[in-house]
Ligand binder design. Structure first.
Ligand code: FMN
Length: 163
């Protein structure tokens, strides 16, 4: 079982559905999952690195922590409002995050030149902080992908084995 933090960036709610679909799949696979619809870096870090007492009282989390970033892009390649503070705090964070592995799901629309730029930028930021990207970013194009929730569930099921 792994401890997984799903970090969601969404303006209009569509990406929340994709993230919740991933949460459902991971729980079915018996992982411990926290979903952050209004991500706060300190909360995410506290859940990622529980104190010894908390860890003893919680499930036996046998593997390294995993963050799943699931964000849309708005404006002209901008982050959704709800995740801007998280990104700003992350870029100023001096905690060692090198034991954190992560996966990124980007939701966007290929009619924009800045297709899924927010997800790509956040993925690069995590790499620059020393986090381990398990597999390259997965993007979904809302102008083509009919059922991104289902596609995301399939992708997560395949890639969770990389942990
Ligand atoms: C005002 C506006 C700006 C957008 N800008 C981008 C963009 O720069 N790049 C991109 O890939 N998608 C862009 N999109 C598409 C959204 O990312 C897409 O509609 C997504 O599904 C919205 O997800 P949400 O419901 O979680 O906010 C934009 C959408 C709107 C309404």
């Amino acid at each position: 079982m792994s401890s997984i933090q799903i970090i969601v960036g969404s303006m209009l709610g569509g990406t929340e559905y994709v993230a919740e679909a991933c949460e459902e799949t991971l729980k079915e696979l018996d992982h411990h999952v926290d979903i952050h619809l209004k991500p706060d870096l300190q909360n995410v870090i506290n859940n990622t690195f529980p104190t010894n007492n908390e860890q003893n009282n919680s499930d036996n989390l046998t593997k390294n922590p995993l963050w799943i970033v699931c964000t849309s892009t708005h404006g002209a390649g901008d982050y959704p409002d709800n995740i801007k503070q998280f990104v700003s705090d992350l870029s100023n964070c001096d905690q060692d995050l090198s034991t954190v592995s992560f996966l990124t799901i980007g939701i966007g629309d290929s009619s924009y030149d800045t297709f899924c730029k927010a997800a790509m930028d956040l993925s690069k930021l995590l790499i620059s902080m020393g986090c381990n990207e398990l597999t390259p970013i997965k993007t979904f194009d809302m102008s083509e992908d009919i059922d991104p929730e289902d596609l995301a569930q399939q992708w997560i099921s395949t890639n969770i084995d990389l942990l």
